[in-house]
Design a protein around this ligand. Structure first.
Ligand code: MG
Length: 158
């Protein structure tokens, strides 16, 4: 088995949708990025790539590539899972934490888990999503951005 870690940050800005785990969340701001800037899906994809030692999503899906402009990050996650599968791995479990001062994410977590599990081709029981604030401290606490951490376990498919 192999463990993987992923971390991502995107800046909060006006006139953007807030998408986390493929769920569009009603909020006055959204995350800035070349794709839909779904920081949670990005952290999870990076954890999977990390566990398989396949690089990172910046390498797989460069932000200079017009094909990925505004792309649904669940599509990128699906492609990532395919690459990980081709390398001989299957997903054991994923555990992720979103760090955001606002909005309150708890009501959206079941839908995020469902979307992420579907994109990864696993059962929802294998995908954990948590949310926390940083007590008003730092860039997440000040509402400048949202961060996400993820770890995963890959099992040999052979
Ligand atoms: Mg990102």
């Amino acid at each position: 088995m192999r463990i993987g870690h992923g971390y991502d940050v995107h800046r909060l800005t006006e006139n953007r949708k807030l998408v986390l785990g493929g769920v569009e969340i009603p909020y006055s701001k959204g995350l800035l990025g070349h794709s839909d800037a779904d920081v949670l899906s990005h952290a999870i994809a990076d954890s999977l790539l990390g566990a398989a030692a396949l690089g990172d999503i910046g390498q797989l899906f460069p932000d200079t590539d017009p094909r990925y402009e505004g792309v649904d990050s669940l599509v990128l996650l699906k492609k990532t899972v395919l690459a990980v599968r081709e390398a001989g791995w299957r997903i054991g479990n994923i555990d992720a934490t979103v760090v955001a001062q606002a909005p309150k994410l708890k009501p959206f977590i079941p839908s995020m888990r469902e979307n992420l599990a579907n994109a990864c081709g696993v059962d929802v029981s294998q995908v954990s999503v948590k949310a926390t604030t940083e007590e008003g401290l730092g860039f997440t606490g000040g509402g400048e951005g949202i961060a996400a951490h993820a770890v995963c376990l890959l099992l040999s498919a052979g």
